[in-house]
Design a protein around this ligand. Sequence first.
Ligand SMILES: Cc1cc2nc3c(=O)[nH]c(=O)nc-3n(C[C@H](O)[C@H](O)[C@H](O)COP(=O)(O)OP(=O)(O)OC[C@H]3O[C@@H](n4cnc5c(N)ncnc54)[C@H](O)[C@@H]3O)c2cc1C
Length: 369
Amino acid sequence: MDLPVAVIGGGPVGSALGLLIPGAVVLDARCYPRDKPCGEGLMPAGAAILESLGVRLEESGFPTIAGVCYRLPSGESARSDFKEGSGFGTRRLRLDALLAARAGVRSGVRLEGMRPLTDGVELQTSAGPMAVGIVIGADGLRSTVSRLMGWSRSPSGVRRFGVVGHIATTGSVPDVEVSLLGEVETYLAPAGDGEALFAVLGPKGGLRDQGATLAETYRRFLAAARPDLGDAPLIGPLTGAGPFNVRPRRVAAGRVFLVGDAAGFLDPLTGDAMTAGLQQARELARLLAEDPESAPLKYQHFCDQQWGRRQRVTAIALHLSRSQTLSRRAVRGMRQRPEALQRLLTVNQGLEGLGLLRPWDWAALLGMV
Ligand SMILES: Cc1cc2nc3c(=O)[nH]c(=O)nc-3n(C[C@H](O)[C@H](O)[C@H](O)COP(=O)(O)OP(=O)(O)OC[C@H]3O[C@@H](n4cnc5c(N)ncnc54)[C@H](O)[C@@H]3O)c2cc1C
């Protein structure tokens, strides 16, 4: 192909594509370093893809994550290591800037329009027109590429939102900790030296107490999830995100593809989205190198399958967090049978299908052991 591949969006997924596809041009509307509301927990399978691209997270100072721990307000908990090695706490301010620099992202260039050409696509950007062979939208939840293609859809199902902030910690945070508080779930992850990420997820009305500020409510949830961190100072502002559960009508046709959040985002609770996006990027790069003509159909199929698995795992996670009774049963079951949680973590990373879970694992997750 004579014309270059253009990747719109230089987040982790767009930058990975810039590294995976020789000669690709990556454009981002914003300038780095820029932040992005995120739980910042990268699963081992996602870290392995970055490692294969020469990005050594441990050497770059990102803290490791050993596994996932589910906690209840009573203090009861269940945890499991990742079987596949370490995940990482990836403070996005640092990770995205590092990846964008490696991928040579052209920052401050916004995609504004697209027009088909006989052998490619003409992009209208804030830096002027640009003729490209293939366009890959890695431009996030409110993807311009998806909108310009007429593929965007509104979020579906129960509307969930997130509030994300960082706190100063003295001790280490070795795991991703999910606290099931009934009205909301919270998510604690290591973010760096003396810093942790704390996010609250739930329906819009549940994230702010009546008569209280967002920060006061956030702190109430922090104290409920981790009483020992209730007074931890906030670092930087709180940011909001959502609603989630949004997927475009399609993710590929002709010379246009979507990856990462642009290709759909389910819910932060499972912490798998960056990993899923990196897996899409790796697959799309492989398919384009093999045969660009057949790539759209094959890539759409890959994404449909991946979405189906992710939807089922998310449904399990949301179901278990829906009531205190279900959460308590599940945490007790997982404590008795940690391998059930470990297998679920493997499935959640896309390394195996749900068939990996044995009947006894299901019984444990449903609290029937
Ligand atoms: C509350 C919350 C918690 C989460 N927790 C986790 C977690 O623990 N683990 C995990 O793996 N994932 C998590 N996620 C999901 C994760 O943040 C996303 O999956 C990830 O950021 C997707 O990366 P991306 O590269 O697809 O898009 P983004 O990181 O959103 O990057 C998109 C880029 O596109 C650029 N862009 C947008 N429009 C244009 C345009 N018109 N022209 C040019 N550039 C443009 C933007 O400037 C941006 O830099 C969480 C998300 C939320 C909201």
